[in-house]
Write a protein that binds this ligand. Sequence first.
Ligand SMILES: [Zn+2]
Length: 276
Amino acid sequence: MNGKKCIEVDVLPRRNSRPICNCCEKPAPLYDSLNKRRFEFIPLWGFSVFLVYLMRRVQCSDCGVRIERVPWARGKRELTDTYQQFLAHWAKKLPWKEVAASFHTSWEKVFHAVEYVVQWGLEHRDLSNITAIGVDEIAWRKGHKYLTLAYQIDAGKTRLLWIGKDRTVKTFLGFFRFFGEQRSQALKFICSDMWKPYLKVIEKKAGQAIHILDRFHIAAKLNKAIDEVRADEHRQMKKAGHEPVLKNSRWCLLKRKENLAEKQEIKLKEILRYNL
Ligand SMILES: [Zn+2]
């Protein structure tokens, strides 16, 4: 094909076998034969490989005249299921352009292969027994454009469950609509950052779950609180005529106790004695 050498493998139906109806997937009497179709298989020794098959039609008692169902490909796809799985497997490891170049195929075919495998996976995935989820946002493109991502984070099973555009209340409500009320009510733990729209939706849709806030934001809030208390104490001490020992002591207060130099430790003890 296109001047390129390829391997063509003729596929013949078993003698006297009854074709399968593509619609109801039951065997049915043969109606007629159509044209030959080529289905692309995994390349071998650098050659493209095609299965060549004369498609038949069935006279199905339930569905009428239908095309037959073949076990190696779905619908009108040119690629065999095996080849699509093969391309999707490599598309996980390499940029899609690289996959296309490596196996002498097009970017579009790699894209359709991934689409097919993802679709199959979504249709067959099991969403039972999810007790812990996490939500986070990622920036995409330039300018403040975000996606909301929801993950399952149960021990031993972490996976991406859902992606939504933006990071609004409406976005995250979309996750719970997809997830369903029953599953949402069965959630025991939800982990998120302190982004207000997420907090609102979590309270509304899964208020029974223990809500865990991420460490980064808690630490940031805690640092801010310490800073405020320290500044306040400093002002009061200065007002009362004390030496302003708390000034520039923020890092001292935040440091681990075992890491403090002796001098700093004494200073801290003094502060504790007089201020707390
Ligand atoms: Zn049928």
